[in-house]
Write a protein that binds this ligand. Structure first.
Ligand code: NAP
Length: 338
């Protein structure tokens, strides 16, 4: 039995990770940490775990987490995560980091976009990106996996095979994404109050969102190609879900049918990517680990549409999928019945 620890257990991605791991026959959750809920029972903080996981929440040090666990799921904000991750790794244990701290390839890129010094920058560029559909071999052998961002997953999965096979132009690529409010986390913020988001729909982070360099960097890592990519996220008044509409130019002679067939072939054996003929909606994938996608033509342009649940395929489901790869389990364990 693998002993798992949940670091930052009061947040949304932690709740979903616990929920999935409770269905995993090879994993036991032995530690859950929080600063604000230190000393309480997990089921007091999250009543949905009553009778399912009755452990104490503790404000543990990274060393204490490493002593108890084989693997830690770090569900902390960026910048707070890296020092904890580095310390757990130093004790010889494995980590899946749900924050953005290890996703980018270089210190320069991280410091430019996150505005803080990276305390463990030597691992940047050597840490596998947690999309098993693209990087399974690296994930299998890894001590540390950088779990992907939710918006980036919705863009990288449809774009990567089409870039790799040179079926679409890398300039321009326009990614127009909409997310439910849980994407901003459970920590209270003015912009995510009910009265701010209800019956409203807005763009944010235009030209400045940190998922833009992540999409470009990971596409480059997988295909060797640099995209000129515009990414605009929007906040939608719903709990969860992401829909990305992606506008690209096909190479001469390439049709939407070719692209759809390419995606179908590429993801033929990927249990969580469904290349569909209908127009996908967020409700089709709510609380599942699926990413659904399709292709349409629009004059000289191609429109790719993808959907996923930001907290499952966009975060905790991807993390459990990575765990299954890291320990050579069936890739669908704990994930197909969600
Ligand atoms: N929400 C999503 O859809 C999503 C998707 C993909 C990736 N992510 C990433 O996953 C990570 C967790 O996201 P989330 O949505 O679960 O966030 P969240 O709901 O805000 O929870 C984060 C938790 O981290 C702890 N924390 C906050 N500041 C901390 C600090 N300075 N030092 C130590 N612990 C701190 C808090 O627990 P205590 O206050 O109890 O200690 C908090 O409950 C983030 O890096 C986020 O970017 C989120």
């Amino acid at each position: 039995m693998i002993k798992a620890g949940i670091v930052g257990c009061s947040g949304y991605t932690a709740i979903e990770t616990i929920n999935l791991l409770l269905r995993h026959p090879q994993v036991e959750i032995v530690a859950a940490t929080s600063r604000q809920a230190d000393g309480s029972r997990l089921s007091e903080m999250h009543p949905q775990f009553t009778g399912r996981l009755d452990i104490e929440v503790e404000n543990l040090s990274p060393e204490e987490i490493a002593e108890r666990c084989d693997i830690a799921f770090c569900c902390l904000p960026h910048a707070a995560s890296a020092p904890v991750v580095a310390s757990i790794l130093e004790q010889g244990k494995r980590v899946i980091d749900l924050s953005a701290d290890y996703r980018l390839s270089t210190r320069e890129l991280y410091e430019q976009w996150y505005g803080v010094t990276h305390p463990d920058a030597q691992r940047l560029g050597h840490t596998p990106y947690g999309l098993p559909e693209l990087f399974a071999d690296q994930i299998r052998a890894a001590k540390l996996v950088a779990n992907p961002g939710c918006y980036p997953t919705s863009a990288i999965l449809p774009l990567a095979p089409l870039f790799q096979q040179e079926l679409i132009a890398t300039d321009p690529v326009i990614v127009d994404s909409k997310s439910g409010v849980s994407g901003a986390g459970r920590t209270p913020k003015l912009g995510t109050l009910y009265s701010e988001v209800n019956e409203s729909f807005s763009a944010y982070g235009v030209g400045t969102h940190r998922h833009q360099p992540e999409i470009v960097d990971i596409l480059h890592r997988f295909t060797g190609k640099s995209a000129n990519l515009i990414f605009t996220p929007h906040l939608v008044p719903m709990d969860r879900g992401i829909l990305s509409t992606i506008y690209v130019r096909p190479q001469p002679g390439v049709t939407a049918t070719h692209l759809q067939e390419c995606l179908q072939e590429f993801y033929d054996r990927a249990p969580f990517v469904r290349v569909v003929n209908h127009l996908p909606a967020t409700k089709h994938v709510t609380r599942t680990n699926f990413c659904d996608m399709t292709v349409r033509s629009h004059g000289d342009w191609i429109v790719l549409i993808s959907v996923l649940d930001n907290l499952i395929k966009g975060a905790s489901g991807a993390a459990v999928q990575c765990l299954n790869v890291m320990y050579d389990f069936d890739p669908t364990i704990a994930l197909l019945d969600s």
